[in-house]
Design a protein. Structure first.
Length: 196
């Protein structure tokens, strides 16, 4: 077999930058060799100001959100929430006198909750004899949320919190890799082709 290509692709499309150069008399005089050298990259105006372009979607999202509560509203709401939670805890303890006060929720509880969600979405905790229910896309989102949490809290965690988060991330990512490898080894049937 020969190593020479059997066909050659020639791109003859006109791009905006070429059209502008060809239509402008000064550009033909200024750079005649550039006009015939091939396709040009057209840089949109947004690319020239990346900071403004990146901030635009965030500003758009902010404009769609309802106004933030005032400090006074937030303080009143938290006070009412705490009082309601205390009443509920008192009711639970009245029904179960042996139960103690619940510890306050901390960062480790958030990480543990996301870890459990990801593992359950990957089929862990299924009773023996039952077929595991796997939500692989949900597991991926939960794992990605743990990754966002790790990224956004970088430098703000204690050593124990950081190690817990990194360990949990490692474990759920490894479980995800094992599960996706099992899924891909089974093979995904190709969709039937449409007959013409």
């Amino acid at each position: 077999m020969s190593d020479t290509p059997k066909f050659e692709v020639i791109d003859r499309r006109k791009f905006k930058a070429e059209e502008e150069q060809e239509s402008s008399p000064t550009s033909k005089e200024a750079a005649p060799s550039e006009a015939s050298s091939g396709p040009r990259l057209v840089v949109p105006p947004e690319a020239e100001e990346p900071a403004k372009a990146a901030a635009a979607p965030e500003e758009e999202m902010l404009s769609e959100l309802p106004p933030a509560p005032t400090k006074e509203e937030s303080r009143e709401q938290k006070s009412a929430y705490d009082a309601s939670a205390q009443r509920l805890e008192d009711l639970v303890r009245a029904q179960n006198p042996g139960i103690g006060a619940q510890p306050p929720v901390g960062f480790e509880h958030l990480v543990q909750q996301l870890y459990l969600s990801a593992m359950i979405q990957m089929g862990a905790g299924t009773q023996e004899g039952q077929r595991p229910r796997v939500d692989i896309m949900g597991a991926r989102q939960t794992i990605d949320m743990l990754g966002v949490l790790a990224e956004k809290t970088k430098g703000n965690l204690s050593e124990v919190e950081d190690r817990t988060l990194q360990t949990v991330l490692f474990e759920v990512r490894m479980a995800f890799l094992e599960l996706t490898n099992m899924i891909t080894m089974q093979g995904i049937p190709t969709p039937p082709t449409a007959k013409r």
